[in-house]
Design a protein around this ligand. Structure first.
Ligand SMILES: CC(C)(COP(=O)(O)OP(=O)(O)OC[C@H]1O[C@@H](n2cnc3c(N)ncnc32)[C@H](O)[C@@H]1OP(=O)(O)O)[C@@H](O)C(=O)NCCC(=O)NCCS
Length: 144
């Protein structure tokens, strides 16, 4: 049996979600707990999270996938991602640094070009060239 379980977030998870997102250094915008699912350990402590974030009409993003550094490699992100994908409409989008492309390809996400991106992602990709670490770019991926 897995040593963690998934559940919908509650308001009392809000601070832990924001803290984890800050800790792992991913997009800190739009972290409304109501859209989140969290992975908790046997003592109820949050170990990972993820959300489905709505943007413009019909555009949904798989976002805020994060796992505490000491709990990685146990399948927590996989469980969160598969749970969220199962309830998401298609297409489903995500944004990640280019080195994580192979990670999301496991679930059949494919990188798309600027011409295929909804406006929200196009804007961010253009901005990202200013703040991405050396050797990385911002990838937008889509699951059909
Ligand atoms: C990326 C991250 C979410 C992975 O979490 P995790 O719980 O360790 O992942 P899992 O254990 O569920 O791994 C699932 C699969 O992905 C693979 N994987 C894990 N991290 C990977 C990485 N960085 N690159 C490529 N593959 C990776 C695992 O080997 C595993 O493969 P398998 O199922 O075929 O054996 C975690 O490292 C993290 O929180 N990173 C910082 C935040 C971040 O970058 N989030 C993504 C934002 S787009």
């Amino acid at each position: 049996m897995a040593d963690f379980a998934l559940r919908p977030a509650t308001e009392s998870d809000s601070a832990a979600i924001k803290k984890l997102i800050r800790r792992v250094g991913i997009n800190p915008m739009d972290l409304d707990w109501r859209r989140f699912v969290v992975a908790v350990d046997r003592s109820g402590k949050m170990r990972g999270c993820g959300q489905l974030k709505p943007h413009e009409r019909d555009v949904i993003e798989l976002a805020s996938i994060a796992v505490e550094p000491e709990d990685r490699g146990k399948g927590i992100a996989r469980t969160i991602i598969e749970h969220l994908i199962a309830q998401a409409p298609r297409p489903l989008y995500l944004m990640c640094r280019s080195s994580l492309g192979p990670f999301y390809e496991k679930w059949n996400f494919h990188a798309i070009g600027l011409d295929e991106m909804p406006a929200y992602f196009r804007r961010l990709v253009r901005l990202a060239s200013w703040f991405m670490p050396k050797g990385e770019s911002l990838l937008v991926m889509r699951l059909l």
